[in-house]
Design a protein. Structure first.
Length: 88
């Protein structure tokens, strides 16, 4: 009895000509995965090999690696607190 995911298929589902994945967008997503601090080591390794197979650079700047290690975000996440002050 086959379980989920045991049969593999090389063809994708029904995709039209207009809904194809752009190679540039895919490469951009893989580069983002290299700089994302939440990506696992295995995910980064996979993204790097995919970029190499596409013939793209997989270089990540040193400061990005430092920020990833320290958990520093590129855009600060601020929590806005609204305090209700009485007018009277």
């Amino acid at each position: 009895m086959p379980f989920f995911g045991t049969s593999s298929s090389t063809t994708r589902g029904r995709r039209s000509w207009f809904h194809r994945t752009s190679r540039d967008r895919r490469a951009g997503g893989l580069k983002a995965a290299l700089a994302n601090p939440n990506t696992t080591h295995r995910g980064r390794k996979n993204a790097k090999s995919e970029l190499h197979s596409m013939g793209r650079s997989s270089h990540v700047p040193f400061m990005t690696k430092v920020k990833r290690t320290l958990g520093i975000r590129s855009s600060p996440r601020r929590r806005t607190t609204f305090s209700r002050k009485s007018r009277f």
